[in-house]
Design a protein around this ligand. Structure first.
Ligand code: KIV
Ligand code: NA
Length: 265
């Protein structure tokens, strides 16, 4: 299969065709989503709280994400693989953003990077793009700023906040970003951003009008249990599948019904 490339995503927007993005952090999820035709896989810093056991996305490091990104790149034959730059790895300067991105591209083979924020990161976006690093932006609720934003809350509800969001999205596009994630934004605001931008918007909790949608795979597949954000739809229930499998295996071992003759030499 031919690799998905950025111009292909632009053509989809021009044709009005929507697409789906999923996170991936390891071999089998990446292989399955890639074969299922998901065109873009994100190695999110959400690995922090979906792989590494942290409570938030803040603690995960570049050194922890690079091996995951490498696994996804090795496993995806067609998908464009985007690596998230974790908190603290790009905010200090455009040079820091470039050096971090270069590690993801050289050590993991990532095809693009994603970073959070508007005006403060415009110089970093411009530096990356002029250095050959494709950049995906991320606006609205930005989890790396959750303490500054006062927790998980919808962004851009008031009319000046909505106006700022549209301006930020345009500025991120004009700095050279090839797509923009919109997280927890009112549907009408995301619709306006989507109509304003030439590049695709990718919504998560941003209503149905975005050019694309993204979900964290452990959420959409029901591997994670417990309270879910409103924007998650669970398409499977992997947690209960694995729970039943683990209990059945343990029972068979306790009862002596596994291994059977067919499993033995
Ligand atoms: O880290 C992540 O999973 C993300 C997506 C939810 C956009 O940033
Ligand atoms: Na992220």
């Amino acid at each position: 299969p031919r690799r998905v490339r950025i111009p292909h995503l632009m053509e989809l927007k021009e044709r009005g065709e929507r697409w789906a993005m999923l996170t991936a952090y390891e071999q089998y999820a990446a292989e399955i989503f890639d074969r299922a035709g998901i065109p873009v896989l994100l190695v999110g810093d959400s690995a922090s709280n979906n792989v590494y056991g942290n409570a938030t996305s803040l603690p995960v490091t570049v050194d922890e994400l690079i091996p995951l990104a490498r696994a996804v790149v090795r496993s995806a034959r067609r998908a464009l693989v985007v690596a998230d730059l974790p908190f603290g790895s790009y905010q200090a300067s455009p040079e820091q953003a470039f050096l971090t991105s270069a590690r993801f591209m050289k050590e993991a083979g990532a095809h693009a990077v994603k970073l959070e924020g508007g005006r403060p990161v415009l110089p970093a976006i411009a530096k990356l793009v002029e250095s050959g690093v494709p950049v995906m932006g991320h606006l609205g609720f930005t989890p790396q700023s959750e303490h500054a934003l006062g927790g998980y809350r919808v962004q851009g509800r008031e009319s000046d906040a909505a106006k700022r969001l549209v301006e930020d999205a345009l500025a991120v596009q004009d700095a050279g970003a090839f797509a923009v994630v919109l997280e927890m934004v009112p549907a009408a605001v995301a619709q306006e951003v989507t109509a304003t931008l030439r590049v695709p918007t990718i919504g998560i909790g941003a209503g149905p009008h975005c050019d694309a949608q993204v979900l964290v795979w452990q959420d959409f597949a029901g591997l994670r249990t417990g309270p879910m954000p409103r924007f998650v739809k669970q398409y499977a229930n992997l947690a209960s599948v694995l729970d039943e499998a683990a209990q059945a295996f343990a029972r068979d071992v306790v009862e002596g019904t596994f291994p059977g003759d067919e499993h033995s030499f």
